[in-house]
Design a protein around this ligand. Sequence first.
Ligand code: SIN
Length: 291
Amino acid sequence: MGETKKRRGGPKSVADWGETAPYLRITVDKATPTVGAYVSGADLADADDETVAEIRRALNENCVLFFRDQHMTPDQHIGFGRRFGELDIHPAAPASGEHREILVIHADENSERANGEEWHSDVSCQPEPPMGSILYMHDVPPAGGDTMFASMSAAYEALSDRMKGYLQGMTAVHDGAHIYGAADFSRRNDAAFPRSEHPIVRTHPESGRKCLFVNRGFTTRIVGVPRDESDAILEFLYRHMEHPNFQVRFTWQKNSVAFWDNRSAQHRAIWDYWPHRRKGHRVTVSGDRPF
Ligand code: SIN
């Protein structure tokens, strides 16, 4: 038990990685010691530059941020996303009316699937996967429909030094075809199913932290080792990174926003609310090539 605690614990809070300056514009309350924070004092539809800078810093420190009672038109949502970089257009999902930058997240009594039911980092099959995603929830079911998030820097830190050494320099294939080839994602005429090779351990370009970067949703194999070794190592990593110590679970309310960092976090949407309806809009911020 003692050994398990030591291995799983990792850095207990961002303070373990260094002191952080106080926030002047926003209030940041940690949801768990390791991952996730509730942010108040920010109006995302009309945030000034200092507030945006503090949100960026809080995102780097906490992997995912939660906001309540936000009111944004689609254009304001897109505008908020653009404060953090170019916006990513999904390679395969059906476009949302006149707003190509908005991905509609929707499930109801007629749905055969719901977005993001497997642990994943958004569109990690792209050569330059998204930096972050901003989901604004419009309709929530009477109960359920939470999203789980997990810190991939905490998961990396908790690996043994031997496993860290083994993974050093290794790459894995992330393939969109087996996800986007299914269901309504293949209905778009110009749908593309990217396939890319990424380092298994990536360095976060802003915080410098090392993060595990393989996921059950997109990663199909480790490059340069036999298939059975690849399957076994990936399964070990998935089970390791899915340990509850690295997780936070967010319960949505109408008009909640979650802003997650796809470079340092994975997430999983829980479809436990059928036949009820859950609907939101996601704006996705472009990222760079993992290194
Ligand atoms: C996703 O963007 O993967 C969906 C997340 C959610 O519906 O909670």
